[in-house]
Design a binder for this molecule. Structure first.
Ligand SMILES: [Zn+2]
Ligand SMILES: [Zn+2]
Length: 366
């Protein structure tokens, strides 16, 4: 055993929804049970949805706020850690695919924690929709702590030769953007518009879109975001300066985009994106707006223009590993800033102001 495992640890607790997020030093280190491993968390990204969960404004499928959340809640679902202890009875697992997990392996801590492996979604590569699933956002403690327990039957084994400080954000923002680009079904030379292009989801969507061969237009605002988006190979349009952004995009793309990926949370951003599509275009919705936000596009528009509206919730395990592989190969480069673990409150303030380029990653034990 490389490290001795303490009894207590640092963790960010959400004692009640809508209250404060508190860094404590005496949270119990969990003990791995059968078919579980204990992971020492090295790095964790900070996702907007952690903030919504802590605030009590995380929307469910009915558009209402989710209130059935384990308390105290420990967020974090863009984590990278190292296995430091394998639980008892590992050899007795009935599933052979995890027989090789051992201390020292590097694994991801994602949104999804456990799935049933048997339902129609689990058996068709859509296990993120498993109705028996648990996740690190509402049900189980995530990567905003020094040690985390993971299920060996659903373990995200990461390649050994990847930069561990950058891979965390790929496990939520990255795979979500990757899946949206996949859903967009783009061919080489087609136009993709990314709304909210300078943020965590957006900067991945630009890059995965470029890998798919698309011409990408990034919509955001300000010179800093402009320089960032252009450095990623996107054309930039400033929504706060354009007199008519829909017409500007239509002109730029020769009649409208083949697909639009919306990471922003406002109803105006969604209906505006639909208006930017050319005939047969696809709207990909990925950033989940808090609260009761509706798509206000007339049904007639969707029918007459032959549009597709696609939503996706992160991605499956295999899609996650595909998104990671493009990062490992250097085709997609997460833009991250590493900060110390005690900076979470400041990072939440920056997130609320929309002031983060790409993603901030906290160094937990890295
Ligand atoms: Zn997330
Ligand atoms: Zn299932």
């Amino acid at each position: 055993m490389a490290d001795s495992i303490p009894e207590t640890q640092k963790a960010y607790l959400v004692p009640e929804l809508g209250g404060t997020v508190n860094l404590v030093t005496d949270y119990p280190v969990p003990k791995p049970g059968p078919n579980e491993v204990l992971v020492k968390v090295l790095y964790t990204g900070v996702c907007q949805s952690d903030l919504h969960t802590a605030r009590g404004t995380a929307p469910g499928a009915d558009g209402k706020f989710i209130t059935d959340i384990k308390l105290p809640h420990v967020g974090g679902h863009e984590g990278v850690g190292r296995v430091v202890q394998v639980g008892p009875d590992e050899a007795s697992t009935s599933r052979g695919e995890v027989a090789n997990v051992k201390e020292g392996d590097v694994v991801g801590i994602r949104f999804l924690a456990r799935v049933c492996h048997e339902c129609e979604f689990c058996t068709s590569g859509r296990e993120q929709h498993c109705q028996q699933a648990t996740n690190h956002l509402h049900h189980e403690d995530g990567s905003f702590q020094e040690y985390c327990v993971l299920d060996t039957k659903y373990l995200t084994l990461l390649p050994a030769d990847i930069d561990l400080s950058v891979v965390g954000p790929v496990l939520c923002a990255g795979v979500t953007a990757y899946k949206a680009v996949k859903n967009a079904g783009l061919s080489t030379g087609q136009w993709l518009v990314v709304v909210g292009a300078g943020g965590g989801l957006g900067h991945f969507a630009i890059q995965y879109g470029k890998v798919a061969g698309a011409n990408v237009v990034g919509i955001d605002t300000g010179k800093v975001k402009q320089d960032f988006i252009e450095s990623l190979g996107g054309k930039f349009v400033d929504f706060s300066k354009s007199p008519n952004i829909v017409e500007e995009i239509k002109t730029l793309t020769g009649g409208g985009a083949h697909a639009a990926i919306v990471t922003s949370g406002s109803p105006k951003a969604f209906s505006g994106a639909v208006d930017m599509l050319r005939i047969g275009g696809t709207l990909c919705c990925i950033g989940i707006p808090p609260g009761d936000v509706h798509l206000t596009t007339p049904v007639a528009t969707i029918i007459i223009k032959g549009l597709k509206v696609v939503g996706n919730l992160v991605g499956s395990m295999s899609e996650t590993l595909e998104a990671v592989e493009l990062v490992r190969k250097g085709q997609v480069k997460p833009h991250i800033e590493v900060r110390d673990f005690d900076q979470l409150t400041e990072v939440y303030e920056l997130l609320e102001r929309g002031d983060i380029l790409g993603r901030i990653v906290l160094r937990v034990a890295g």
